[in-house]
Design a protein around this ligand. Structure first.
Ligand code: ADP
Ligand code: ZN
Length: 703
């Protein structure tokens, strides 16, 4: 059986290895036992029931509340040559009959049903099927404790009890401990085993920017998008109005963008979603209503325009980026206004105490000055030992300093102004500005007027927010955001307490932009091929009326562009290429690759051959360099090239794992452009060009 599941993985799905836990779950299911699968979005849950479904000779029922996701999964299955279909409110009575007939005839391996439909047909034709497995997707919907409770789900237990011999599998990406127990009980999974995979999505970078004013925020987002031309992304906003505003702003800047929210009618929403899935619209600005049913694998970034309500939602939303495993970016903006607004919403609502508690945790995360991934994962019960190296805090660790005097200056400013003004006025007074308001209020007479000249406006703002976060000041939102000193604040002012502040992180966008501009001018021929491959993929997707990523995901195309497969066997070796796709699309893609190969320069040059001969004779890299009177960097670059071509060269012995890891971080940060200089600079010129070359080759070849 074990061998069989592996063969299915390779031949049908085109993957070489199981991810952690997948195989164990599959084997347990084939043994007829229940399982509870808790994996992050993009973690690879589907295969856990899809492979048993293919091994069993009967039908697998998949219950899912998300109609668009059903369609997507069924399309993906069909594209791999699997007999699958769905049954939900979106299909016509005629189509319904077809599906029923196929199911009864035994012509379906997987049937997806919405919970409503399942309940309504449970006692009719469903009884005639040879059901071998039932998978309950989005299983958290059964729990009232979760954030997405669906009443229809509570009836699934009856279904479970009617099929006592059939293995059931519950799957979800979100469920804390108490919800887990509840789910098992509600679904009647008495003897299930819990499988929790790591929730760490290493390919997602995490960045948080706080207290950015609207105009600047929009400008930053435009800059962000411009550096990622033609990439897909989602921007989440708090309100419908915001989604429309941000959309028109970005449209005016010439971007391919549409908004999405629950206020639109069904057709409009469908169309917006389809255009996004098909890459016809690049960016969606949406409320959190968007994304539940989206399985698009090549979303390269997720931006939160406002603070999310809780970490569960936040993690799920950022999880929609990078499902194909390629590096993707997430950026969260927050300000205290969002926080206050949400607190007010929560007041009086159901579960208000819990909601507020969750909101507090969200804010703590946003304001944290330590590795964000550590905080996030520990919230989900997983503890990282090392800092992640792929979040803004890791990249720019905060430096703190003795800030008591600075704090006292601000506090005494507030006190002398009678605790009636907001942050801008305070800073203007501290910096000794000369504006009309200051004159009207005669603030230039204050002792604190101008005592903070030496600190920039931007830095003052940051410090004052830090003071608020440390509980020294309260921002009275109900009183035009006037600043008030708290009891702890008075202690500091009196000199009874010392305070540490952290150095503000300056907006590094400008620097980054210049860097990116430099990198993108570099030539990268494989990128041209990648673009070509994307073009045929798009054409095929239009012809077949399926989303482009269903044909092949970005990762598969990238691998094609770097490994240049031109025979069937080589093509099958690409991750994500199974038999069915090989037969259907292989030739079309390989033609493009062959053409590319024939026009691009022959990659092997005599000089690398000479290096290879000496390498095979057992000479060290230094010896080869000496013998050939070439620099060691050149030799490393020869060896890298030979390695990429698949020659037996043991690159790993020339560079330590630590260095490769360092280079990987920098490489990812620089949008994975294969240019050595920016990486060299990013690593503070501490890693040699030769080592960078070797590392990049290893990184590209081994992913
Ligand atoms: P989830 O349902 O947990 O959100 P999916 O099942 O959609 O995640 O899987 C996410 C992506 O990972 C899909 O593109 C899937 O084909 C891919 N995947 C799953 N298992 C493997 C594997 N063993 N090797 C490579 N890719 C995999
Ligand atoms: Zn980190």
């Amino acid at each position: 059986m074990k061998k069989q599941t592996h063969t299915v993985l390779k031949n049908v799905f085109g993957y070489e290895n199981f991810r952690p836990l997948q195989e164990e779950i599959i084997n347990r299911t084939i043994d007829g036992k229940d399982s509870f699968v808790l994996m992050p979005t993009g973690g690879g849950k589907s295969i856990c029931f899809q492979i048993p479904a293919l091994v069993f000779d009967g039908i697998t029922i998949v219950v899912s509340p998300l109609i668009s996701l059903m369609k997507d999964q069924v399309q993906a299955l069909k594209s791999n040559g699997i007999k699958a279909d769905f049954f939900n409110s979106s299909i016509s009575p005629q189509e319904e009959n077809e599906v029923i007939n196929r199911a009864i005839k035994g012509d379906l391996q997987l049937l997806y049903l919405s919970p409503e439909k399942l309940i309504s047909v449970r006692n009719t034709w469903l009884k005639q099927l040879n059901i071998k497995l039932v998978a309950i997707d989005e299983a958290h919907c059964v729990s009232m404790w979760g954030h997405d409770f669906r009443p229809e789900y509570t009836q699934l237990k009856v279904f479970r009890n009617s099929l006592p011999q059939v293995p059931f599998m519950a799957l979800t990406a979100t469920a804390d401990k108490s919800a887990r127990k509840d789910i098992e009980e509600q679904l009647g999974l008495t003897n299930s085993k819990l499988f929790i995979s790591s929730f760490d999505r290493k390919n997602l970078s995490i960045e948080v920017r706080g207290q950015v004013q609207k105009k600047k925020k929009l400008q930053e987002i435009v800059n962000f998008i411009e550096r990622r031309k033609n990439e897909s992304g989602i921007i989440y906003c708090l309100s419908r109005k915001n989604t429309e505003e941000v959309t028109s702003y970005l449209k005016a800047e010439g971007h391919s963008v549409a908004f999405y929210h629950a206020g639109m009618n069904h057709e409009e929403r469908e169309k917006t979603q389809t255009d996004f899935i098909n890459d016809d619209t690049k960016i969606i600005v949406a409320t959190i209503a968007f994304g539940m049913g989206i399985d698009k694998s090549n979303v390269r970034f997720v931006i939160h325009y406002n603070l999310p309500k809780n970490l569960e939602g936040y993690y799920q939303e950022i999880g929609r980026a990078g499902r194909d495993g390629l590096p993707s970016e997430t950026l969260l903006y927050y300000n205290m206004r969002d926080f206050v607004l949400y607190s007010q919403f929560a007041d009086g609502g159901a579960n208000s105490v819990m909601q507020k508690e969750k909101l507090n945790r969200m804010l703590q995360f946003a304001e944290a000055k330590s590795c964000r991934r550590k905080i996030l994962l520990s919230y989900f019960g997983e503890h990282l030992t090392d800092n992640c190296g792929n979040c803004d805090v890791c990249e720019n660790p905060p430096k703190d300093f003795e800030g008591t005097i600075l704090t006292q200056k601000a506090l005494s400013g507030i006190a002398r102004m009678g605790q009636t003004d907001g942050i801008t006025m305070l800073i203007n007074v501290l910096r000794g500005s000369n504006n009309a308001d200051i004159h009207t209020k005669q603030y230039f007479n204050l002792k604190t007027y101008g005592i903070g000249k030496d600190v920039s406006f931007f830095d003052w703002r940051d410090y004052v927010i830090q003071m608020a976060n440390q509980g020294l000041i309260e921002i009275m939102y109900a009183e035009s955001s006037a600043l008030k000193i708290t009891p702890i604040g008075w202690e500091v002012l009196k000199g009874d307490k010392t305070i540490r502040l952290t150095v503000p992180t300056s907006p590094s966008d400008k620097k980054k932009q210049q860097k990116v501009a430099k990198i993108t001018t570099g030539n990268d021929t494989n990128k041209d091929l990648f673009t070509e491959l994307k073009k045929i993929r798009y054409a095929i997707s239009k012809e077949e009326k399926v989303p482009a990523y269903i044909i092949f995901n970005d990762k598969s195309l990238k691998l094609m562009a770097s490994q240049l497969p031109v025979t069937e066997n080589e093509f099958l070796a690409i991750s994500g290429v199974g038999m069915n796709k090989m037969e259907k699309y292989g030739e079309e893609f390989m033609q493009v690759i062959r053409k590319f190969k024939s026009v691009s320069k022959p990659r092997k040059t005599p000089t690398t051959d000479k290096t290879f001969i000496l390498y095979k004779e057992g000479l060290s890299a230094t010896e080869i360099a000496e013998k050939r009177s070439l620099s060691i960097t050149t030799i490393f670059s020869h060896l890298s090239q030979l390695y990429s071509e698949g020659k037996e060269v043991e690159l790993e012995k020339y560079v330590t794992k630590e260095i490769v890891d360092k280079v990987r971080i920098a490489f990812n940060k620089l949008d994975r452009k294969v240019e050595l200089k920016p990486i060299y600079e990013k690593l503070n010129e501490e890693v040699s060009y030769g080592e960078i070359r070797l590392s990049v080759t290893l990184i590209l070849k081994n992913e």
